[in-house]
Write a protein that binds this ligand. Structure first.
Ligand code: ADE
Length: 238
């Protein structure tokens, strides 16, 4: 079982999102334990304040170091080993599938979600081990990025996906995008399901899917296709 702790000012936002669908089912079945910790609960200010004006001036408010540090100490106080602490920030390295696979091997992880103009640098220096971005755009807070990461990581935790859903043929697994999928009805808006998929000929189906994956990757992600060719020595015929 993997345990994720999320330090946030919006615990309901992350828990409502993660309680749904496959991740929710996995929590219920005991494959995942996800706890949101409200940073505001650790404020010592009488108004439960957690942010203040930036030294040196500038726009917005900065999250203060003490409540975050107290929450971190509380979470880790009985742990034999300090877990990795991931700070969600556009200034981090960009998250990808291999990172998700690697992080799934960690028994416990802490995600720190910032808000406003950021977090006081001193507490980051003290507790953060990994700075991670989910892409080159700026969001209003780290909650959605933490949810994105936890969803992608959880798919690699044993038991979370059942056999039908489990990884293998999907996009990125072999360096290519996944082939197109079809289900009933056999005809929709005059479009028929590709004949080979109805043939029952497994080898032909495998070849067709591989060709489709290659075609799709060339068209939609030329950067991935270039990488794939480098790694496999596959020649581009078009
Ligand atoms: N916080 C704000 N924007 C972000 C991003 N793109 N990735 C991770 N955390 C963020």
């Amino acid at each position: 079982m993997n345990k994720f702790h999320i330090l946030t000012l919006f615990p309901d936002m992350v828990m409502n999102g993660l309680n749904t669908s496959i991740i929710g089912r996995a929590m219920e079945a005991g494959y995942l334990d996800i706890q949101a910790v409200n940073i505001r609960d650790y404020s010592t200010n009488k108004h439960m304040k957690v942010d203040d004006y930036p030294y040196g001036g500038g726009a917005g408010l900065v999250m203060q170091p003490e409540p975050i540090y107290s929450a971190y100490q509380d979470i880790t106080k009985n742990m034999p080993r300090k877990p990795r602490v991931i700070y969600m920030t556009p200034q981090g390295c960009v998250f990808h599938q291999n990172m998700a696979k690697e992080l799934a091997k960690e028994e416990e992880l802490i995600f720190l979600c910032g808000h406003y103009e950021g977090v006081d640098e001193r507490v980051l220096e003290e507790i953060v081990t990994d700075y991670v971005s989910i892409g080159d755009y700026v969001l209003t807070g780290g909650e959605l990025p933490a949810m994105v990461m936890i969803d992608a990581i959880s798919r690699f935790v044993p038991g979370v996906l059942n056999n039908d859903e489990s990884a293998g043929d999907e996009s990125f697994e072999n360096g290519l995008l996944e082939y197109p999928q079809y289900t009933r009805p056999p005809k929709f808006l005059e479009k028929e399901v590709p004949e080979v998929l109805l043939s029952g000929h497994h080898e032909n189906i495998r070849k067709w899917r591989q060709e489709q994956s290659i075609q799709r990757t060339k068209e939609r992600r030329p950067d991935l296709w270039e990488e794939y060719q480098k790694n496999t020595g596959e020649q581009s015929e078009k």
